[in-house]
Design a protein around this ligand. Structure first.
Ligand code: SAM
Length: 393
């Protein structure tokens, strides 16, 4: 449902969205009027020139639509840098690959921390789908870390040749297009997008394929309590492809995945009968994915149980799973905050508030989680001394 009080997009933004809607309507004609939601989400977020992550929307930070952990505090990146340093040292050098570089803040804070630890990688590659974000990241890093920016390279997709090192993906899996379903007494339907007689995009349903039906049945059987009569949720099929890509290029090393999500038993709980889809526009959250396609972010929470299963199938070792608060506390975030006690009272207050947002349960502390994987790696895995919740998966 769209809340009634979303800010109005500008005329230029509305014009961009209309072009994307026209593209979707054109494609609907070739699809007998039904577009699977997974394809709709792909176009809304990544259609060349018009998708949310590809067009010029501000996206990250206070002037954008949402704030991610690395935007809040450089201490997030400094904590992750300790795992980077441990992995690079174990491997006798290596590379860092970051998926979806955001504004460039995570790369800047990790590289700065690694320079202090004298543990810089051979290269730091950002896999960035958006040419516009790539330009923004380059400009930011040139100003923030001029002495290190030459180590950063940008890629359009996963590296072509195998390498050793560490992969970092913060809030990437929740941006992968998902399949939507409804399980009802009458059967399972796939939810998707159609267009009404006035040319307006609407949600539509069609009977599920055998494969989707089986996938839904497996989740329903594993749920801790019976689902209500009409139960809507999502399945992320693309995370398997994403991990298969990782398996091909990461010969040795560690993968650090951070995202909003739940173990399967919580994800597919009977209480969560409307699914986890959320849309972000200028810091307002709502659940209507059809509102001005291309102008808002669309995310679905991560099923960490399915993600860990897919990782095992892709021959990774699943090393640890923890809520963000436990992970960052294990990596000494509060000690790092104390060490930054210089600066003005205002600056200290801002840093403390940012760390509170990273750690407090009602903010990011328990909703965001870390899953750490490894392949052909016997070195230290950090971040799980406070707790390792692998048993929850
Ligand atoms: C919510 S943003 C997170 C950005 C950044 N990691 C941060 O934490 O600020 C999601 C990002 O995932 C990126 N993304 C989605 N699928 C991707 C893929 N297959 N390869 C690389 N980036 C991807 C999007 O382009 C977008 O920049």
């Amino acid at each position: 449902m769209t809340p009634t009080r979303l800010p109005d997009p500008s005329a230029d933004e509305i014009a961009l969205s209309k072009v994307l809607v026209a593209t979707i309507v054109d494609e609907l004609r070739t699809r007998d009027g039904f577009m699977p939601f997974e394809r709709y989400m792909e176009l809304a977020l990544y259609a060349p020139g018009f998708g949310y992550y590809v067009a010029g929307a501000r996206k990250f930070g206070r002037a954008g639509d949402f704030v991610t952990a690395p935007e809040l505090s450089p201490l997030f990146g400094a904590c992750l840098a300790t795992q980077c340093a441990a992995t690079l040292t174990t491997l006798g050098g290596g590379h860092i690959i970051e998926f979806g570089g955001g504004s460039g803040r995570l790369a800047a804070s990790i590289l700065r921390a690694l320079a202090t630890l004298d543990a810089l990688p051979k290269s730091y590659s950002i896999i960035e789908l958006s040419p516009e974000l790539r330009r923004r990241q380059h400009a930011y890093l040139t100003v923030e870390i001029p002495e290190l920016v030459s180590r950063v390279t940008w890629l359009n997709g996963p590296p072509a040749t195998p390498l050793a090192g560490i992969v970092i993906a913060n809030e990437i899996i929740d941006a992968l297009p998902v399949t939507l379903f409804r399980a009802a007494r009458s059967g399972v339907t796939e939810r998707g997008v159609g267009v009404d007689a006035d040319g307006v995009l609407v949600l539509r349903e069609r009977p599920a394929s055998r494969e989707l039906e089986a996938n839904v049945a497996a989740r329903q059987q594993a749920a801790p309590a019976p689902w209500p009569e009409s139960y809507c949720s999502e399945i992320n099929h693309r995370q398997r492809w994403w991990l298969a890509d990782l398996e091909h290029f990461l010969a040795r090393g560690v993968v650090v995945l951070a995202d909003y999500g739940y173990p399967a038993a919580e994800y597919y709980h009977s209480d969560r009968s409307e699914g986890t889809l959320q849309c972000y526009f200028r810091h307002r959250v709502h659940s209507d994915p059809l509102w001005y396609p291309g102008l808002q972010d669309i995310t679905a929470a991560v099923d960490f149980t399915a993600l860990a299963d897919a990782a095992v199938d892709a021959h990774f070792q699943v090393e640890g799973f923890a809520e963000q608060a436990a992970y960052l506390l294990s990596l000494g975030v509060t000690e790092r905050l104390a060490a930054h006690s210089g600066g003005s009272d205002l600056r200290r207050h801002q840093m403390t508030q940012a760390v509170k947002t990273l750690l407090l349960p009602h903010a990011m502390g328990t909703r965001a989680k870390f899953l750490v994987l490894s392949c052909d790696y016997a070195g230290p895995i950090l971040g799980f001394t406070v707790r390792n919740d692998l048993h929850r998966l």
